[in-house]
Design a protein around this ligand. Structure first.
Ligand SMILES: [Ca+2]
Length: 195
């Protein structure tokens, strides 16, 4: 009888662990290509919570987060999303705050992270997005002659020149404002951007 109870306890523990181990987080961004400083919305889709059931509710809670380029900022409210009641599976939508970590031009990785206890047996997808230079130099939401006017003042300058303007260095890393930078503007001529 005693052995039977121990067996049942072990069975319950194994079942709980198996259920936890099935938690899976898929993560992606609302766009694949961003201009520099453009807002990023992160989506995290959680499945397989199992125990304690398909609905997560108070006092049980979980904390889901994302890690960009391996950089995790735990500052409260920056990119942490605490859930006390949700029907699962569920998609979390989180705005990326650039004051924590501003991704520069290039390719970036993003993965999801769920804090313990639910995250103890959690696995996450890693996804990617790219950031390209922003030809909207004056950030007024439109690539037009106003940007070309600013660009013209920095023409053929290098970082040691007085008229150097890093916001015109659109095709790094050559560090001279030249035809390659002008091509970035030309390729985006009259496009409209939201910030
Ligand atoms: Ca502009």
């Amino acid at each position: 009888m005693h052995k039977k109870i121990i067996f049942l306890l072990i069975l319950i523990l194994v079942t709980i662990q198996s259920a936890h181990a099935s938690i899976y987080l898929d993560v992606w961004t609302d766009q694949y290509v961003y201009h520099l400083d453009e807002p990023i919305t992160v989506y995290i889709y959680g499945t397989g919570f199992g125990f304690p059931g398909p609905t997560l509710q108070f006092p049980t809670s979980c904390q889901v987060d994302y890690i960009m380029d391996g950089t995790y900022d735990s500052f409260p409210g920056l990119c942490i999303y605490i859930v006390t009641y949700v029907t699962l599976p569920h998609t979390w939508e989180i705005e990326h705050d650039f004051s924590g970590y501003a991704p520069g031009v290039g390719s970036h990785s993003i993965s999801a992270y769920m804090h313990p206890p639910h995250g103890m047996f959690c696995s996450s997808e890693t996804n990617y997005f790219i950031v390209i230079p922003n030809p909207d130099i004056n950030r007024d939401g439109r690539v037009d002659f106003r940007d070309v006017s600013i660009f013209g003042k920095a023409w053929k300058s290098t970082p040691s020149d007085e008229n150097w303007d890093s916001s015109c260095n659109l095709a790094p890393p050559n560090n001279i404002i030249d035809e390659s930078d002008l091509k970035v503007i030309a390729d985006s001529w009259l496009i409209e951007l939201e910030y």
